[in-house]
Design a protein around this ligand. Sequence first.
Ligand SMILES: Cc1cc2nc3c(=O)[nH]c(=O)nc-3n(C[C@H](O)[C@H](O)[C@H](O)COP(=O)(O)OP(=O)(O)OC[C@H]3O[C@@H](n4cnc5c(N)ncnc54)[C@H](O)[C@@H]3O)c2cc1C
Length: 367
Amino acid sequence: MTRTALVLGAGIMGLCAAWGLRREGFAVTVVEQDTVPNPRGSSVDDHRLIRHAYGAQRGYMRMVDEAYEAWDALWRDLGEVLHVPTGVLALDEGGGDWLRDSRAALRVAGHAMQDLSAAAVEARFPLLRGAGITDALHMETGGVLLAGRIVAALAEHLRGNGVAFRRARVREVDEALVLEDGTRLSADMLVVAAGPWASRLLPTLRGRVTPSAQVIVRLRPGDERWSRMPMLLDLSPAGGFYLVPPVAGTPLKVGDHSFSLLGDPDDPDRTPDGREVERILSLAARRVRGIEDWAREGEAICFYDVEPREEFILEKMNRRAFVMSGFSGHGFKFGPVLGLRLAATLAGREEATALSRWAAGRESVAA
Ligand SMILES: Cc1cc2nc3c(=O)[nH]c(=O)nc-3n(C[C@H](O)[C@H](O)[C@H](O)COP(=O)(O)OP(=O)(O)OC[C@H]3O[C@@H](n4cnc5c(N)ncnc54)[C@H](O)[C@@H]3O)c2cc1C
């Protein structure tokens, strides 16, 4: 008999869980409070980054190889590749461990990389200022996932492969999904992937996962060489930023690395505070030549669901339900591999405790 699954949430995590479950032969329904794709969710934006450099979090560095394999499987199902290789340039000004830890871990794992001096950064990437750089690392691997297009294409693929979508808000989860109007939806297995709404929905996540409003700034650089630049990870102790180059017709994007740990994803006003926008631009202006003169293409607030150690939560809630949460600012790249592994567990082919440890970045488990 066909086993049934309900997936709460149509962000990258819920859709990838639905994808994995469908591949395992489940009959799947996705329950989503908003439109699909949902522009208020964490997943719908022009881009998300994938890279091996992961500081001291070696479990996640190792998981990136599995993530690439899962993306390849997804591209085959979608019939298109929605990833643009850019490479990674990480810059430090001293005082932090992230770049040093990344280099040590990457070296042990045998990843190719190049160490650069400040002068070499300026010579090779003349669009940047080298002043103050004490350490730099360049990798050819890594790139941009075209997030909004991926979510739209995956939802379309699932619809075409028999996955049902139901628009409704869930107010409670036990061994069923309880809708706002009291309707109880039941299935053999439930997956709760509620993004930044999760800690409101699931009392067990309160205090463990915090919604965090993050400001991003979209710009159109004057120089077309920017479309061939690597993603930039600036780790200045004075306030680091990340920059996504304008690939595949998208704008360039800048954001910062700190968590606000504030905000309500249900707040309809997603207009960022102008001072926050200026603060992020001033972080980037120290490093990026001419950014002050670029055309602005808009600012936005997008939510992380922050777990304090930035470890993912893929855990069994009861005999039927699993939760996917705590993706902080780095979950998107792992959506497909998490969806496949979770589905294998729900199908009884993997063990739940091992899945939770692996998802938390603690170890690798055999595929
Ligand atoms: C600015 C920003 C930059 C990022 N950069 C990167 C990056 O470079 N690389 C990377 O790997 N990751 C990155 N991330 C993180 C990544 O985008 C997230 O980890 C990921 O998108 C989370 O997906 P999700 O499916 O859990 O959440 P969401 O996309 O938010 O999906 C959850 C869905 O559940 C629905 N839902 C919630 N509650 C209910 C309910 N009660 N009833 C019905 N439906 C409900 C919501 O409407 C929503 O559509 C970034 C995130 C942000 C915000």
